[in-house]
Design a protein around this ligand. Structure first.
Ligand code: IPD
Ligand code: CA
Ligand code: CA
Length: 266
């Protein structure tokens, strides 16, 4: 299954890379004018699903553009065919394909492919995480002031769900820097390979994080909700770190949850 996921991600990634600048039609989704989908998102999803279905016709799928396929199966493939659609439509070369395999509710394999840098992240449960076949580990940084964090904002940010703006301001005041790359799957991969110390976002979907959270766990990191409690890909809130700074980030997030602003770095 991991081999098939890799082949599907590489094929879809190649298609996406070749399609930059060729977006013909952009539609908005769910009445949210900043939530875009292109024909290219849909075609990439079709490339992936048709490839997997040929080999595993009985498996279930949960994919961003076609939703839940609701098949009775032990296996479910959780797919985001293009993570970073806004970057893509602006010609910014940072987006990815994310594919995960869930077996009876547990993520057992994951692949994220970033075609512009040709970076392929892979993991299987209990077997470690890899970037272009080399093992990866989370960073060893243990203080917030030395931590580079990354986050993302949901398309509903204007409603400030879950005090998203407070969390952003609060972390910005405590850490070395905060980045917003525009692809949650890439954000998680970068935590897993030690480029960032941590990632948080108030509202993600299962397809954005399914593969990424397996990398975090397999690379020695920690993944919870904002209170530090064990979480799942079906819980919207996500905090993923190198483990060493986790409790310190939870402390800052707690303040944001109760609407408080942290106004200084001390
Ligand atoms: C989005 C990206 C972004 C995150 C958003 C996601 P999409 O996915 O992962 O980084 O901040 O919450 O919806 O729409 O580009 O597949
Ligand atoms: Ca996504
Ligand atoms: Ca997407």
């Amino acid at each position: 299954m991991i081999q098939l996921a890799i082949e599907a991600a590489l094929e879809a990634g190649k298609y996406l890379k070749e399609s930059v600048g060729k977006v013909l039609q952009v539609e908005s989704k769910f009445g949210q004018e900043t939530n875009l989908v292109t024909q290219i998102d849909k075609n990439a999803e079709e490339i992936i699903i048709s490839k997997i279905r040929k080999k595993f016709p009985d498996h279930d799928f949960l994919a961003e553009e076609s939703g839940s396929h609701n098949k009775e199966s032990e296996y479910r493939w959780v797919i985001d065919p293009l993570d970073g659609t806004l970057n893509f439509t602006h010609g910014i070369p940072l987006f990815s394909v994310s594919i995960a395999v869930e077996k009876q509710g547990e993520i057992v394999a994951g692949v994220v492919y970033e075609p512009n840098l040709d970076e392929l992240f892979t993991a299987e449960k209990g077997k470690g995480a890899f970037l272009n076949k080399k093992p990866i580990r989370v960073s060893k940084v243990d203080s917030l002031i030395e931590s580079m964090m990354v986050t993302g904002f949901p398309y509903t940010i204007r409603d400030n769900p879950d005090n998203a703006v407070q969390h952003f301001v609060n972390l910005l005041m405590k850490v070395q820097g905060v980045r917003r790359l525009g692809s949650a799957a890439v954000d998680l991969c970068y935590v897993a390979c030690g480029r960032f110390e941590g990632f948080w976002e108030v509202s993600l979907n299962a397809w954005d994080m399914a593969a990424g959270v397996l990398f975090i766990e397999e690379a020695g990191g920690r993944f919870t909700d904002f209170r530090g409690a064990p979480s799942s890909i079906y819980n919207k809130q996500i905090l993923a770190t190198n483990g060493l700074i986790h409790d310190k980030v939870v402390e800052v997030l707690q303040q944001g949850l109760s609407g408080k602003n942290v106004t200084s770095r001390s």
